[in-house]
Design a protein around this ligand. Structure first.
Ligand code: DHB
Ligand code: FE
Length: 290
């Protein structure tokens, strides 16, 4: 059977992708950000998954106001990096895992979660920046990401967006789905986006270190209680784009201690927090199953 062995959480700031693509990662401003991922890149090599289930949000790139799926699972064989206005990032095509993705869609939909099935989608910085941070810059020519990726897009851009509670329960359903796939795959689940940031309006530039760090503490120690936090608290405390953090609850809900079998708490392999990167607080965690 397939198993989830770890979860990874990271911000996805688009300027991080630009800094990498333009070779600015040695500049002092960016060095402090990338330094937080040195451990993670080695960890990815030492703990190479067979598949990454990558929870991210599309930023009106693949989806527009014409169609807004709340939860969308990528079942395609591959996904191209999107052109977000400056040309596509020079990073490899993302290879999918149609068999596992289709199985998860089947299982999760039968488990009462409505998913949109996506057979074609370009992936924006929400997906490619976390991959670059965790896997290092892989040029398009030398290039391949270390393993197949199942993109799972969550609407956190256009209200109404799903609650943290629903995201957490969805993570639990994804674990059940993975564990019923009849192949011995090692699966990592990633929750991306956040931490506190607001990109527009009178509070543009808002960062809340204290709230972010409390979120990290609670994500580790009391995820079910954290999942009860209402939207208004994210928006008030972490800014309008801080709502991206509900996606972290999908990954956390998929860990053993959140399942009905009440498994062991995960081990914190790595924790990092840094302000600022562009307009955003960068948070990052790696949790390993015990
Ligand atoms: C920024 C952060 C985001 O999450 C995003 O999607 C776009 C921009 C920023 O910090 O500038
Ligand atoms: Fe974003």
């Amino acid at each position: 059977m397939a198993r989830i062995t770890a979860s990874v959480y990271t911000s996805h700031v688009p300027a991080i992708g630009a800094a990498l693509d333009l070779g600015k990662n040695e500049e002092p401003y960016w060095k402090k950000v990338f330094g937080g991922y040195d451990f993670s890149k080695q960890w990815m090599k030492d703990n190479k998954p067979d598949v990454v289930f990558l929870v991210f949000n599309d930023h009106a790139t693949a989806f527009s106001l014409e169609m807004i799926p709340t939860f969308a699972i990528g079942t395609a064989a591959e996904y191209q990096p999107a052109d977000e206005g400056y040309g596509a990032r020079p990073v490899p095509t993302v290879i999918g895992h149609p068999e596992l993705a289709s199985h998860i869609a089947q299982s999760v939909i039968q488990d009462d979660f409505d998913l949109t099935i996506v057979n074609r989608m370009d992936v924006d910085h929400g997906l490619t920046v976390p991959l670059s941070l965790m896997c290092g810059q892989q040029g398009p020519k030398d290039g391949a990401w270390p393993c197949p990726v199942i993109p799972f897009a969550v609407n956190v851009v256009q209200y109404p967006v799903p609650s943290g509670r629903r995201c957490f329960a969805l993570g639990q359903a994804i674990r059940r789905a993975v564990e019923s796939f009849d192949e011995p795959l090692n699966v990592h689940i990633w929750g991306t986006g956040g931490m506190s940031h607001q990109l527009q309006g009178p509070r543009a530039g808002l960062i809340n270190r204290e709230w972010d760090n409390r979120f990290l503490d609670r994500l580790i120690d009391e995820p079910a209680a954290l999942a009860q936090v209402p939207h208004i608290e994210y928006v008030r405390e972490a800014g309008s784009e801080g709502i991206e953090l509900v996606m972290w609850l999908i990954a956390r809900g998929a860990m053993a201690d959140c399942s009905s079998a009440a498994g062991a708490k995960p081990r914190v392999a790595h924790r990092f927090y840094h302000v600022p990167a562009s307009n955003t607080a960068v948070g990052h965690l790696i949790l390993e199953e015990n």
